[in-house]
Ligand binder design. Sequence first.
Ligand code: SF4
Ligand code: SF4
Length: 187
Amino acid sequence: MIRLEVLGPHTQLLSTLCAKCPQGPAGCCKAPPEVDWSDVGRIVAGGGRDFVLARIAAKELIPTERGLVIRRVKRREAKTEPMERKCVFHGALGCTIRPGLRPATCNYFLCEDTFVEGGERKGEANAARARQAHGALRAAYEQWDAELSAQIAVKYPEGASWNAEFLDWLGEAFVELEASLPLAPLG
Ligand code: SF4
Ligand code: SF4
């Protein structure tokens, strides 16, 4: 079954299949998405600036030319489980950080198996809404990311400085973009 929590850019798409993921205990958290500029901006706008700085200092978030990547670690949460290389933020009960601190992809991505289990082919309304929301969110984040990349290239030609001033600017730039290039209605 698929469930939607429609909250604009913070929308979450949830599937009951994830609790018994065919990919193993860590599911798709074995391959965490990148934290793009649009993700960093959204996280900071939601009050996560100090989280970002602390996690960079702890080397759990690693700066790149396109934003941040999340460190992967090899571990298992129980002796009965296999060792897995997975996102540093994944724990025994799933993700250990709140949705507002994750890359948006973590919140809106669902694999094809979930749409099958959610009855998309049988016309389940929630599956159809989730498919539409997934497409709209991905398109919006791609556009916001491209815009922020262009702004960063102009404002920080030497590359981003990963400090409070840069992050505050990025958070404000994200809020402005969200207003000028709004997300399509998600239903
Ligand atoms: S979205 Fe798919 S791959 Fe990811 S945890 Fe859920 S069932 Fe597993
Ligand atoms: S941030 Fe959370 S949801 Fe995203 S990959 Fe890591 S553990 Fe999974």
